[in-house]
Design a protein around this ligand. Structure first.
Ligand SMILES: [Zn+2]
Length: 82
């Protein structure tokens, strides 16, 4: 813990404090760390795994449908050949 000078009013404030108690200047360095932690927490809490599973299932179903359509077209061509 160290004392720094407030950029706004030059009042000595703690580098651990979020804002200057004299003029209300917000300590942006401390807030940036806090914002990074919040961003990391929001990334962890995001339902990323469920979304990827859903995307995988959708791609799998589309792939199976494509294979079935290609099989039907090949069979139709085979039976329509004279
Ligand atoms: Zn200040």
């Amino acid at each position: 813990m160290a004392l720094i000078n407030c950029p706004e009013c030059s009042h000595s404030i703690s580098d651990q404090s979020l804002s200057c108690p004299k003029c209300g200047y917000v300590n942006s360095t401390k807030n940036r760390v806090k914002n990074n932690l919040l961003a990391k927490e929001s990334q962890i809490s995001r339902p990323q795994e469920k979304m990827s599973v859903l995307e995988y299932m959708t791609r799998f179903v589309v792939f199976i449908l494509t294979v079935i359509i290609i099989m039907i077209v090949i069979l139709a061509l085979f039976f329509l050949m004279p």
